[in-house]
Ligand binder design. Structure first.
Ligand SMILES: NC(=O)c1ccc[n+]([C@@H]2O[C@H](COP(=O)([O-])OP(=O)(O)OC[C@H]3O[C@@H](n4cnc5c(N)ncnc54)[C@H](OP(=O)(O)O)[C@@H]3O)[C@@H](O)[C@H]2O)c1
Length: 435
């Protein structure tokens, strides 16, 4: 597809992406999806997936058009994600492919394939087999950015992991005595609260709770609180910690190792760890035991357990040991440094030993961007190859398809020549980043 038609398709899909973004914080573990119906070059109906388990964007767009008195037959549907095509006991809505065919929609444009193994190209195939023209791949990159958590989980079976590090110019995240308040200014903290509101969970290590006693809630902007996840191998944190005393303690998850809890002694009175666990649970906190690796909770198991709870995206907020563990194990997808205009000298370094001994073995990031946020520079990037990995796996069935239905192939890997951009941070969160 080229020229005017391609430009128009991009405009309508961009509108669908904007609609989808409005559902942030409300639909996970479902994906954010937006849809617009177009007839004679004009939008006749709009819709978005508004809440988990609720009506799909395609159904809302059709309902919107009908309410406004439009006939849908022969219309074009622009949707950010491939329409679903299955029913199941855990699925709340009927297949959108049926709805599209019943309403005699002529053409369908989608940004990407739905990576859910129960769809992955089948929705497109059903529509094509019924004579609907389907175009895939326009604004694919933006659509992936919209649903990083959903795509990561469907393909890698673990949540999307974003490391957020606030540091001085010389790479310190705290002064020598552990004090890190406040390295960044109010504007950067507001940005972090905006980020929190779009993530399913924030995760920190025991020492951060001990030293900073953070609430890990969304306060500086409007938005819902994510789950708060704390890694505390031996259940040592005091019950008075703010993370255990929030208004919604059921959204705090404490991760410990199975070894911490004695299985032989069933009597809670005789076992201080069991007593502590019980006290935490009495506060409403969820305590999860995971196997140690070698002595601390295994991060890959932690992520899988969080995924089982419906968590699709995790913002790791520190401290240094956790940043180091996630980087060492290559269990991260995105990393953001908020670099404040200060030098601390001797202090706590944000990232410890990664086992790298030669420059050639350095960790590299893709899709780097730089933003000015208040007095900070925010440096943002992705694990090398992350986006290409997602896209290729999400479109594998299509590559085998004889019909040339991918409109714009995803931009080639930026691994060798990372894209960089410099912005003032205005458009930072949702779209328009050019990622
Ligand atoms: N500027 C920033 O962005 C920022 C953000 C957060 C914190 N901080 C600062 O960072 C400092 C704390 O950093 P930190 O490195 O001492 O502690 P941390 O990363 O907050 O917590 C580390 C502790 O978590 C526990 N843990 C459990 N499972 C783990 C795993 N898989 N990997 C690593 N740790 C695991 C370990 O204690 P147990 O095994 O005993 O449970 C470990 O000692 C504080 O000064 C805080 O103010 C700065």
């Amino acid at each position: 597809m080229e020229g005017k038609e391609a430009t128009q398709a991009s405009q309508f899909l961009r509108r669908a992406l904007q609609l989808a973004w409005k559902g942030r914080g409300a639909v996970s573990p479902n994906p954010l999806v937006g849809a617009v119906l177009v007839k004679n070059g004009r939008i006749i109906g709009e819709g978005l997936h508004r809440n988990y388990g609720g009506k799909h964007a395609e159904a809302w767009a059709i309902e919107d058009a009908l309410k406004k008195g439009h006939s849908i037959e022969g219309a074009d549907l622009y949707c950010t994600l491939e329409p679903c095509c299955f029913t199941g006991p855990e699925k709340h809505q009927p297949p959108c492919t049926d709805l599209i065919l019943r309403n005699r929609i002529a053409r369908v444009f989608v940004c990407t394939v739905d990576p859910n193994p129960r769809v992955r190209g089948r929705g497109i195939q059903i529509l094509q087999d019924a004579g609907v023209e389907v175009t895939v791949g326009i604004l694919a990159s933006e659509a992936l950015a919209l649903n990083e958590g959903f795509f990561t989980y469907q393909i890698m079976k673990r949540p999307f992991v974003h490391l957020k590090i606030a540091q001085s110019i010389d790479g310190r995240i705290a002064a020598l005595e552990g004090d890190s308040r406040w390295i960044t200014d109010e504007k950067a903290r507001r940005m972090v609260h905006r980020l929190r509101a779009t993530y399913d969970a924030v995760l920190v290590g025991k020492n951060t709770v001990q030293l900073d006693d953070p609430e890990l809630t969304v306060r500086l902007v409007k938005g819902r609180n994510p789950y708060r996840v704390v890694l505390d191998t031996h259940l040592e944190l005091p019950l008075s910690s703010k993370v255990f005393r929030t208004k919604d303690p059921e959204r705090t998850i404490l991760i410990t190792t199975t070894q911490s809890v004695s299985l032989e002694r069933s009597s809670i009175e005789k076992d201080p760890l069991e007593a502590k666990r019980k006290a935490l649970e009495d506060l409403g906190v969820r305590v999860l035991s995971v196997p140690p690796s070698p002595t601390r909770p295994s991060l890959s198991v932690v992520l899988h357990r969080l995924g089982d709870l419906g968590i699709r995206s995790v913002l790791v907020e520190g401290g240094a040991s956790l940043f180091t563990s996630f980087l060492r194990e290559n269990l991260f997808d995105r990393i953001s440094f908020f670099i404040a205009p200060m030098v601390i000298g001797k202090g706590i370094e944000g990232i410890g030993d990664l086992g790298i001994r030669r420059i050639a073995d350095h960790l590299r990031f893709d899709r780097m961007s730089f933003h000015r946020v208040g007095n900070q520079i925010m440096l943002d990037g992705y694990r090398s190859g992350f986006y290409e990995e997602l896209y290729q796996m999400a479109t594998l069935p299509l590559l085998a398809n004889s019909k040339p239905i991918i409109a714009n192939p995803f931009p080639p890997s930026s691994g060798k020549t990372p894209e960089t951009s410099f912005t003032n941070g205005r458009n930072l969160l949702p779209l328009g980043l050019g990622r």
